[in-house]
Design a protein around this ligand. Structure first.
Ligand code: MF3
Ligand code: CO
Length: 273
C-alpha cells in the first residue's frame, strides 16, 4: 500500500482532500466534546463512526489490514494503534486519538492527544512539545526541501527536551490510499531523502515518548506501547506541498474549540501555531 511511487495531486484534487481532512478535525472535535472520565474507548469510536457516516464519508481505518474500528485510541503508555474497547477513560489519562476519513476519493488523516482532568505539568509539557514538534516539521514542508528537513526539525526539537522520538512508525504520503510514498520519519538528517515537490500531500505525525524511544507491540497485533511504560504523545496533520507555504489540510481549530467547552480537558498550548 505504501509501496510504489509518489502520487502528485492537482490543485482541485487537493481541494477534495481538504474536505476529507477538515472532516477528520470535525470528527475529532465531536469525540472531544464527549471525552470525560467514565466513557469507554469503544463508545468514542461509535460516536466517530456515526459522525463520519452522517457526513457522507467512510472511516479510513475500518477494514485497513483487518482493523475493525474507526479510531485508534492510545492511552498513557500506549503510543499508537490502541484498539477501542471496554477500557474506561480515567481522570489523569492522556488520550491520543487518531482518525482517518475517506471522502471524494481521498483520505484525510489527523491525530490529537487530550489530557483528561488533572494531568501533571510534566506530562502536559510532553504534549506541548509533541504538538510543537509537529509544527516545526510542518514549517519545513516546502517545495524544494527534502523529507529529511522535516524529520530533522521534529527530532531536534523533541530531543532538545530529552524526550524519545519513536522510529519504528513514520508519517507517510496520503491520497487515494491512506499510506502512500514517501515515508516521513520523525528522525533523520537535514538535506536527505526525497525532494518535496508541489502536489505532494503528506501526513506528518510525531510520536514522542517521555522516556527513551523504545517501544513494543502487544499481542493484539496492533497496540504499540512504550517499553518503560512512561507516557507517549501523538499529533498528526495532513499537509500539502505548494509552490510557497505549507498548506495544512486538516485543522485543530474545531478540536480546540471543543476543548475550551469541555471542563474535563486541559488545553494543549503550543509555542507556535
Ligand atoms: N492513522 C494511522 C496513521 O496515521 C494508521 C492507522 S492503522 C489502522 O498512519 F489500521 F488503524 F488504520
Ligand atoms: Co497517518
Amino acid at each position: 500500500m505504501s509501496s510504489g511511487v509518489i502520487v502528485y495531486k492537482t490543485k482541485s484534487e487537493i481541494e477534495q482532500q481538504r474536505e476529507s481532512s477538515l472532516l477528520v478535525g470535525k470528527t475529532l472535535a465531536e469525540v472531544a466534546s464527549h471525552l470525560k472520565p467514565g466513557i469507554t474507548t469503544l463508545q468514542l469510536d461509535t460516536i466517530a463512526e456515526q459522525f463520519i457516516r452522517d457526513h457522507q464519508a467512510e472511516p479510513s481505518f475500518k477494514g485497513y489490514h483487518g482493523y475493525k474500528h474507526s479510531l485508534c485510541i492510545s492511552v498513557n503508555e500506549e503510543v499508537v494503534h490502541g484498539i477501542p474497547g471496554s477500557r474506561v477513560i480515567m481522570d489523569g489519562d492522556v488520550v491520543s486519538i487518531d482518525c482517518g476519513v475517506f471522502k471524494n476519493g481521498f483520505h484525510g488523516d489527523s491525530a490529537y492527544t487530550f489530557p483528561i482532568g488533572v494531568v501533571s505539568e510534566e506530562v502536559l509539557n510532553l504534549l506541548r512539545v509533541t504538538k510543537t514538534s509537529l509544527m516545526q516539521g510542518i514549517a519545513k514542508a516546502r517545495n524544494g526541501n527534502r523529507v529529511g528537513d522535516i524529520s530533522a526539525a521534529v527530532q531536534e526539537y523533541a530531543e532538545s527536551f530529552g524526550y524519545g522520538v519513536v522510529r519504528e512508525l513514520v508519517g507517510h504520503g496520503v491520497g487515494r490510499n491512506l499510506h502512500e510514498k514517501p515515508e516521513v520519519p520523525n528522525y533523520g538528517k537535514r538535506s536527505s531523502g526525497p525532494v518535496l515537490k508541489e502536489g505532494m500531500v503528506i501526513a506528518i505525525e510525531p510520536m514522542i515518548n517521555m522516556g527513551p524511544r523504545h517501544i513494543r507491540q502487544l499481542k493484539d497485533g496492533w497496540t504499540v506501547i512504550t517499553l518503560d511504560r512512561l507516557p507517549s504523545a501523538h499529533f498528526e496533520h495532513t499537509v500539502a506541498i505548494t509552490d510557497s507555504m505549507p498548506d495544512v489540510l486538516s485543522s485543530f481549530q474545531e478540536i480546540e474549540i471543543a476543548i475550551t467547552k469541555n471542563k474535563n480537558i486541559t488545553e494543549v498550548i503550543s509555542t507556535i501555531v
